[in-house]
Structures are given as structure tokens and as C-alpha cells.
Design a protein around this ligand. Structure first.
Ligand SMILES: [Fe+2]
Ligand SMILES: [Fe+2]
Length: 355
């Protein structure tokens, strides 16, 4: 594993001070590739157009007894419900350029956030049966992940990841109402992030059928996490955004390892499996790029964007600064942050390890 550290200014707005995000890239070479690990939306989350049921890979009940988690409602006159949030289209090159990364903690707030993520990561590993192999133990069957184990981890991770954006958006919305002041564009980005995470969850639920234990874990985690994050955001929104930034680092790492596992042929059921229809529509997955591996690349790209957004928001004045991902700048010729990965790839202000 190689590490490099760089510091690059993130230009937020002409009127704002420059903020710096210190990121360390961990470049996983073939080492990770051989590592063996254990372990809605735009309109179509509400898409009333009946799609053929996706084949479920992971289930323990007879196929005839498998429940559809979100079947089309019995509303024959409704074709579909459209969303105002259209997901940006990623190119394959952009998705393949996503890197595992880590922003170094620099002050007590960062350390609190990083410590909380490490505790959460420990709990998530425990809940999903993930054991990270020690060096030299990569091929030990004890650390081997199956498709079902990865899906358990994805479902648990996504059920947690969908909470912060909704809490942050809600609290900033209430503050705007309460203080009768503008929000400067943060609410929409936060709510869209929560929406995006929920789409991840709904997608994976088309592939897996969580058992009662996983449901119980999700219930408990949400009960604790929602309330804990709510109170924490009231105290220090900056720390909370940093926490999400670190959480997203873990998400990128998880999906990177799953992709590597799949590429190594350790997940044979996924090699030729098609992504669920809900995912194909949401990410606008092109023909010929609709496999489970493609799906994981899309999800990882989303997580990388969340990582960048939240680390950037954590650098800002939480009250006065506008959301740099939602504003329009006077000089469009200059490189600025924005939605999707295109601005990161082409404008030059970003670094690969922030993507
Ligand atoms: Fe996610
Ligand atoms: Fe995320």
C-alpha cells in the first residue's frame, strides 16, 4: 500500500477564504486485488411502471415465498412519479478514477469525528461479519466474503448512510424558518444525498432479502444513530460533516474491496448477473454496462462525491458560507466544484484523491 499526501486549495467562492483539505491516498495495488475479505430515486423508486421482478441471489426462503419489498402500488392509472433530482451521469473513466482516500485529522473536532467513525466501523464489522485480513492472511478462508456477506454489509451501511443528510437538511431547514434567514443552498444538497443513499439501499434490497436479525440491527442502529446525530448536529454541525466525510471514506473503501473481490473471481454469482432495473434507470446505466460490477462502480462514485462534499462542508463557516456545490459563480470560466464527477476531472481545482 502506498501513501501520498498533498494539500490543494478548494476554492469555495471568490468571497470566501481558501480552505484546504488534506487527503492521503492509499493506492491499493494488486495487494488489494488479491485480498479476500469477509463480511430510490429519481422517479423509479416510485416508478409505477411494473418491472419484471429481479432475480434474487440471496435468500433462504423458497422463491415462491419471497416478498417484494417495494412492489408497484395498485394504481393502474398512474404511470410513474418523477423526481426533481436527476442523478448526474458518470462516465466509466470518471468512475474508474475514484480512489480510496483519507483526510488527516487536524484538530479535536476532526479527531472526535474520526473516533466516532472508527467505533461505528467496529460495530458494522461486528454486525455484518466482516473480518479484515491481517497481512499474509488474504487467502485464508476465514476472511473470505461471499455475495451474501457483502450484501449484508451494503444494506447495513446504506441504512445508516441515509440518515445524516436528512438530519442535516431538516435542522438547517428549521433554523432557516426559526431565524428567518436564508440557508445559502445547503439544504438541497443534504437532502439529495439522503435520497441518493436511500436509492443505494433500495437497489441492494432488490438483490438481497435481509433476515430478521439484520432488520433488527437496522432498526436499532437507526434509533440510536438518528437521535445521536440529531443532537450532535445541534451542538457541532462542522464535526458532523467531518464525521460523514470519514464515514464516506469507509464506504469508498468497502466498495473498492468488493469490486476487487469481484474482479478476482471470488464472487462467481455476480460475474454475469445483471443490475436491478431500478439501478439501471437511476444511474442511466448504458447498454453493455449493466452488471453488478458496474453497479458497484456507480455506487462507489456516489460515495466518493459524498466524501468530497462533506469534507468540504466541514471546512466552511456553517452559518455564513454558501454551499459551493449549489451556487453559480459569476465567472463560469474558472474551475469550481459542482455536481457529479465531471467538474472534478476537468477543472483542475480538485485532486484525484478527493474524488
Ligand atoms: Fe451509499
Ligand atoms: Fe454515501
Amino acid at each position: 500500500m502506498n501513501s501520498i499526501s498533498t494539500a490543494t486549495p478548494i476554492r469555495v467562492a471568490a468571497t470566501l477564504p481558501k480552505h484546504y483539505v488534506q487527503f492521503t491516498v492509499r493506492t491499493y495495488t494488486r495487494g488489494i486485488a488479491t485480498t479476500r475479505l469477509r463480511c430510490s430515486g429519481s422517479y423509479f423508486s416510485n416508478n409505477y411502471t411494473h418491472q419484471p421482478a429481479t432475480k434474487r441471489l440471496i435468500h433462504s426462503t423458497p422463491k415462491s415465498q419471497i416478498k417484494e419489498y417495494f412492489p408497484p402500488p395498485d394504481a393502474p392509472k398512474i404511470k410513474e412519479v418523477k423526481s426533481a433530482w436527476v442523478h448526474p451521469v458518470y462516465t466509466e473513466e470518471q468512475m474508474l478514477s475514484v480512489k480510496v482516500g483519507h483526510r488527516d485529522a487536524k484538530d479535536w473536532s476532526d479527531w472526535v469525528a474520526l473516533g466516532a467513525v472508527r467505533v461505528l466501523r467496529w460495530g458494522m464489522d461486528l454486525a455484518t461479519g466482516y473480518k479484515h485480513p491481517t497481512p499474509g492472511q488474504e487467502n485464508n478462508p476465514r476472511y473470505q466474503m461471499t455475495e451474501k456477506m457483502w450484501l449484508n454489509r451494503f444494506v447495513f451501511l446504506e441504512s445508516v448512510a441515509g440518515v445524516p443528510g436528512m438530519v442535516g437538511g431538516t435542522l438547517r431547514h428549521l433554523r432557516s424558518l426559526r431565524r428567518m434567514k436564508r440557508d445559502h443552498g445547503w439544504i438541497e444538497t443534504l437532502l439529495e444525498e439522503a435520497w441518493n443513499e436511500r436509492m443505494h439501499l433500495l437497489t441492494f434490497l432488490k438483490l438481497a432479502e435481509p433476515g430478521w436479525f439484520m432488520r433488527l440491527m437496522v432498526l436499532g442502529a437507526q434509533g440510536v444513530f438518528y437521535n445521536g446525530f440529531f443532537l450532535s448536529y445541534l451542538v457541532s454541525p462542522r464535526t458532523c460533516h467531518r464525521f460523514v466525510g470519514y464515514l464516506e471514506e469507509e464506504a469508498v473503501l468497502t466498495y473498492t474491496r468488493a469490486i476487487a473481490d469481484l474482479e478476482q473471481g471470488n464472487l462467481p454469482k455476480w460475474t454475469s448477473e445483471k443490475a436491478p432495473e431500478i439501478a439501471i434507470q437511476y444511474w442511466k446505466m448504458p447498454e453493455g454496462h449493466q452488471t453488478i460490477k458496474d453497479l458497484l462502480l456507480y455506487v462507489r462514485a456516489d460515495e466518493a462525491k459524498h466524501r468530497e462534499v462533506n469534507h468540504t462542508l466541514a471546512n466552511l463557516n456553517q452559518v455564513a458560507d454558501p454551499n459551493p456545490f449549489a451556487v453559480q459563480y459569476k465567472d463560469p470560466a474558472k474551475p469550481y466544484p459542482g455536481k457529479g464527477l465531471a467538474t472534478l476531472k476537468t477543472k483542475g481545482w480538485e485532486r484525484e484523491d478527493v474524488i
